[in-house]
Ligand binder design. Structure first.
Ligand SMILES: NC(=O)c1ccc[n+]([C@@H]2O[C@H](COP(=O)([O-])OP(=O)(O)OC[C@H]3O[C@@H](n4cnc5c(N)ncnc54)[C@H](O)[C@@H]3O)[C@@H](O)[C@H]2O)c1
Length: 426
């Protein structure tokens, strides 16, 4: 059993804390948001994440998980402190390290002798060294241990990862962190900090590349009359390629891919390499938002300003409540800017929230979003949209057009019901 402090209780920190407590460690999680800490103390988690609520309840009940206000209170008694604070995009594209530095400054004076600090936040190459400098504690080593979990399956991904990456020049510190994962059966890759930090950015940029690639292929499919779904099966059956992250859609988003791709561009640039490929990946993604908006425009008869659009899905992906950098919001923003009336429904968004373009009406069901709509646009792949009663949707809508930007719905059922149905790349 190791005494662990987790600084930051967002998607990564809360999952990390609850999973380590589940694995038998003694975990104290800290945040700067008093309301969040209070709610977590009462066992109420502020995010939607499968299985996390149960793990938090289990940790609290077993006395292995607790929540405190402020990083110093958590760190003063720990052997290992995980930094899980935001690293948003800075003005020049690079990762803004101010949250990391603030947290390091807070814990530096109180960490016990020879504690280990772990960067779990996604941080640029060289951050292990800069955190060491801010801590000002020669006895404390900093380890890079990037996190690869996906929102929507964060707990599963943490407990059953494909690999654990640990970067440190001090072997004893690396082994201390690696021992935390003893009960997890996954390869542990121990390397230097610069390589560990690069692995995280390279992995995210590669996944974004796959998504932009398949969206570009989808555009070609539309031009040549091919079906991208069949192309994916045919391509992805090749073991060298694989089918994961080859689903066409409205563009990629979420809190990480955009900022991490831009941060890698900056890292590359600073290292003297012009990463044109990654520039292209980002440009294709921006185009995809425009392409989907255009499809909706055409489906609406060419003039969005006279149209009502029903939008199904606002989160950046299904099974999360996270709206950060959601492709759906990028498209809703374009629709509203073009004068459309937008009625949106999402299973986890029940009122206007930060990031939702003003002017959007939030509906309380998939059907009520369709009231009087000319076009139905499916923008997030929530399962419940697949099981709707098509006749009820038809009765609610004014028009008969569907743009399914996730290739989620069974198009033949909708066409048989009299809808003009379009997917992506088919
Ligand atoms: N969200 C993901 O899917 C994901 C996956 C892998 C890696 N990451 C990386 O992990 C890091 C955290 O991401 P997230 O999505 O969990 O962020 P988040 O915004 O959900 O949570 C961050 C939390 O840190 C708290 N915080 C900020 N400063 C603090 C301080 N000084 N002391 C204590 N708490 C503080 C905030 O109040 C917030 O609750 C980022 O670097 C991100 O790139 C995220």
């Amino acid at each position: 059993m190791t005494k662990i402090a987790v600084i930051g209780t967002g998607y990564v920190g809360l999952t990390t804390g609850a999973c380590f407590a589940h694995m038998g460690h003694q975990v104290v999680c800290a945040d700067i948001d008093p309301a969040k800490v209070e709610s977590l103390r009462n066992g109420v988690i502020p995010i939607v994440e499968l299985g996390l609520q149960e793990l938090v309840e289990e940790g609290l009940a077993g006395g292995r998980l607790s929540f405190v206000l402020g990083a110093a209170s958590a760190a003063k008694d720990c052997e290992i402190a995980f930094l899980c604070v935001p690293t948003p995009q800075g003005e020049d594209g690079s990762a803004d390290l101010s949250y990391i530095e603030t947290a390091a400054r807070e814990i530096g004076p109180v960490l016990p002798y020879e504690a280990v600090v772990v960067n779990k936040s996604t941080v640029p190459v060289g951050s292990a060294t800069s955190v060491e400098r801010v801590l000002g504690r020669p006895d404390v080593k900093v380890v890079s241990n990037p996190e690869f979990l996906r929102e929507g399956s964060a707990v599963q991904d943490f407990l059953r990862p494909d690999r654990v990456v640990i970067g440190c020049n001090d072997q004893a510190a690396a082994l201390k962190v690696s021992a935390l994962y003893d009960r997890i059966s996954a390869p542990v890759i121990i390397t230097d900090p610069a390589s560990a930090e690069t692995i995280k950015y390279a992995a995210n940029a590669f996944l974004a590349t796959k998504l932009s690639f398949i969206n570009a292929i989808a555009a070609i499919c539309e031009g040549v009359g091919a079906d991208v779904n069949d192309v994916v099966v045919g391509m992805g059956s090749d073991k060298r390629i694989g089918q994961d992250f080859l689903r066409p859609g409205p563009g990629w988003g979420g809190s990480c891919f955009g900022k991490d791709s831009r941060a890698l561009l900056k890292i590359a640039n600073d290292a003297g390499y012009h990463f044109d490929l990654l520039d292209g990946v980002i440009a294709v993604n921006e185009e995809q938002f425009d392409r989907v908006t255009d499809k909706i425009r055409v489906a609406a008869g060419g003039d969005l300003s006279k149209s009502t659009i029903a939008v199904w899905g606002l989160t950046f992906k299904a099974r999360t409540d996270d709206l950060r950098e959601s492709p759906s919001l990028a498209i809703v923003d374009r629709l509203i800017t073009a004068g459309a009336t937008v009625r949106a429904y999402d299973p986890t968004v029940h009122s206007m929230k930060a990031g939702v373009p003003s002017g959007t009406t939030i509906a309380d069901s998939a059907y009520s979003a369709c009231t009087g709509a000319d076009v139905l646009a499916v923008l997030t792949e929530w399962d419940e949209f697949r099981w709707v009663d098509i006749a009820e949707v038809k009765a609610a809508m004014h028009g008969r057009a569907v743009v399914d930007a996730r290739n989620l719905l069974e198009r033949n059922d909708w066409r048989r019901a009299g809808f003009d149905f379009q997917g992506i790349g088919r």
